[in-house]
Unconditional design. Structure first.
Length: 105
């Protein structure tokens, strides 16, 4: 949308949905993760001639934590602690903010 004769503002968002996941081929119910939804958003300004963009963004707006893998710990799992699980959390599993600037010559 126009802000001035030479400047436009823009807004962008995305919604990503993931259904329930069972990470174990053996159908281990302890490796099940509930479905989740993540939302990303950005707002910015750009010159009408597309020579520069300034963007502020947020990833995982509602801070929805999720794993990319859940598995039994082979090193620490034993008869005394059979349900010892590990998981991997990606950077995107936490909300974070940032900015970007793009200039074309």
């Amino acid at each position: 949308m126009p802000v001035t004769d030479g400047l436009k503002a823009f807004f962008q968002s995305s919604l990503n949905m993931q259904s329930d996941v069972l990470f174990s081929l053996e159908q281990d119910p302890l490796t099940r993760q509930d479905g989740y939804v993540t939302v990303d958003a950005s707002v910015g300004l750009k010159e009408v001639g597309n020579r520069f963009h300034v963007t502020l963004f947020v990833r995982n707006l509602f801070d929805e934590e999720y794993a990319t893998s859940i598995f039994r710990d082979a090193f620490f799992g034993n008869a005394a602690s059979p349900n010892n699980l590990d998981h991997y959390l990606p950077k995107e599993a936490n909300r974070y903010f940032g900015a970007s600037v793009r200039v074309s010559f």
